[in-house]
Design a protein around this ligand. Structure first.
Ligand code: A3P
Length: 317
């Protein structure tokens, strides 16, 4: 599938237009933004993986912004000490520090990814099965992938409120959002199949795919930072541990700190396809807020849909 064939391909795929922010197309069993399809095609033909690349994968509203901040602060700590006043995360939003892979590639001629210094951190909402084969094939590239998974009920509520507020869809109801989510008709949906694919691969190749849970990260952020550093091949030294670098990263990337920064209060992240106020990527940053927006019946409906394929029964990573 050549990049130029992306548009052609898109026009032949099932389309969902009732989704408020943008039309979706169903490809490879997943619903993706129509505008991302050329990028999916280009990822297969134009993307040159480097062995040191690290992909940060997620369904939107699972904690992507937080994972970007932590991974960036961890990978670049030699160049940018996390306690330093000049740290890039104090001036730039996390989405400005780690680009989206498929959305950037959707624009031929945009060589922003090629220009990134190693190790490249690249974010993706693509399911594992739609990543370029060069990344996933046994014996293929030695890139690493970090996945962040979150309780689907919190993902749904977070997305619903994000769309209502940031995508000018004030009349979008939680009931509509729930039905679409349960039907898998949301960005990168079905969410549970997305998570299961990465979970499965993390069991098969734990040295290549790290499966993190948002709720666990909230409980033990320092543990998550250490695991991430080890996985990325840059574990903390005894001197760094003694100097409190892990806690510095946790504090730098905490919800409270990031939301206190001017760049995340008033700044905007501009992509080629749209612009989003940085503030809209931060709301409450807790586990279980779904119970303030969903009835027990709604929750049971979603739990039932998700339980069937077994995501809920997966042991914590
Ligand atoms: P809520 O809407 O439940 O508060 P994504 O980055 O994938 O779009 O996910 C957004 C969700 O992650 C939002 O959840 C947001 O508040 C939360 N979030 C953003 N930054 C965070 C941080 N530093 N710590 C914890 N949660 C964070």
């Amino acid at each position: 599938m050549a990049a130029s064939a992306g548009d052609e391909l898109a026009s032949s795929l099932p389309r969902e237009t009732r989704y408020p922010p943008f039309p979706l197309r169903r490809y490879g069993g997943f619903w993706l933004p129509e505008y991302a399809l050329p990028g999916v095609a280009a990822a297969r033909t134009r993307f040159e993986p480097r062995p040191s690349d690290v992909f940060l994968a997620s369904v939107p509203k699972s904690g992507t912004t937080w994972l970007k901040a932590i991974a960036f602060a961890t990978a670049s700590r030699a160049e940018h000490p996390p306690s330093g006043d000049a740290h890039p995360l104090r001036r730039r939003g996390p989405h400005d520090c780690v680009p989206f892979f498929e959305f950037t590639l959707a624009y031929p001629g945009d060589d922003a990814l090629a220009a990134l210094p190693p190790p490249r951190l690249l974010s993706t909402h693509l399911p594992y099965s739609l990543l370029p084969e060069r990344l996933t094939a046994d014996g293929g590239s030695s890139c690493r992938i970090v996945y962040i998974c979150r309780d689907p009920k919190d993902v749904l509520v977070s997305w619903w409120l994000f769309v209502k507020k940031s995508m000018a869809a004030a009349s979008y109801t939680i009931k509509e959002a729930l039905e679409q989510f349960c039907d898998g008709r949301c960005v990168a949906g079905p969410q549970w199949r997305h998570a299961l694919e990465y979970r499965e691969e993390s069991r098969r190749r734990p040295e290549k795919v790290l499966f993190l849970r948002y709720e666990e990260m909230l409980r033990e952020p320092a543990r998550a930072v250490r695991r991430l550093a080890e996985f990325m091949g840059c574990p903390f030294s005894g001197e760094e541990e003694a100097a409190g670098v892990v806690d510095d990263i946790v504090d730098l990337c905490s919800f409270g700190h990031l939301t206190s920064l001017e760049v995340n209060k008033t700044g905007v992240t501009s992509w080629r396809y749209n612009s989003v106020a940085n503030g809209s990527f931060f709301r409450k940053g807790v586990a279980g807020d779904w119970s303030n927006h969903m009835s027990p019946e709604m929750a049971a409906r979603l739990d039932g849909v998700v339980e069937e394929p077994g995501l809920a029964s997966l042991p914590m990573a």
